[in-house]
Design a protein around this ligand. Structure first.
Ligand SMILES: [Zn+2]
Length: 182
């Protein structure tokens, strides 16, 4: 089973984003690098949920946001590692809709469960299989990075999140302190 490594404060920022958009789903794009045991997620770009209806149980990332993420990944020397979204008042287990809408084999899909506005857990899955009919989610072991990683790393990637939300301007602000809100 492959692993997904993510720093503790980026993990906290994803949970905070999921709480902020409750009772709607949040969604976003994960940037990282692929190592021998799996993805190391370095940065996350919150995306607006492009769904105007059923935003409580559906998410759609608009193509321009993907293009922007690809550009940002290139700038940082990273790749698109995958996607995250939340499940308001449901478990962090993937749904058949999630599998239908997953189109990036080799990428990870993170799901944050939110119960009554509080993030309660996170699952991660790797999309495998090369054909649309043969694709499937495989569970991935989530490995939290050390609680106090080097400051330079945190600030670089943390400010990435903030500037992203500032430019997309408004409803998706992630707290500047990633650890707040829990
Ligand atoms: Zn889902």
């Amino acid at each position: 089973m492959s692993t997904l490594r993510i720093s503790a404060n980026l993990h906290a920022a994803l949970l905070a984003h999921a709480e902020q958009t409750y009772p709607h789903e949040c969604c976003g794009i994960l940037l990282g690098s692929l190592g021998p045991s799996g993805w190391q997620v370095e940065s996350a770009l919150p995306a607006a949920n492009a769904r105007s209806s059923a935003a409580h149980n559906r998410y759609t990332i608009a193509p321009p946001e993907l293009v922007r993420a690809q550009r940002e990944a290139r700038r940082l020397g990273l790749d698109i590692a995958g996607f995250y979204h939340s499940h308001p008042d449901q478990s962090a287990q993937w749904s058949s809709t999630d599998l239908d809408q997953a189109h990036w084999p080799g990428c990870v899909y993170l799901i944050v469960a939110v119960a009554q506005g509080r993030a309660t857990g996170m699952n991660s899955y790797l999309l495998s299989g090369s054909s649309p009919a043969g694709k499937r989610f495989e569970a991935v072991i989530l490995e939290l990075g050390e609680l106090a990683p080097p400051l330079s790393g945190i600030q670089t990637h943390g400010s990435g999140i903030q500037s992203q939300t500032e430019t997309s301007g408004n409803s998706l602000r992630i707290p500047s302190s990633a650890s707040q809100g829990r």
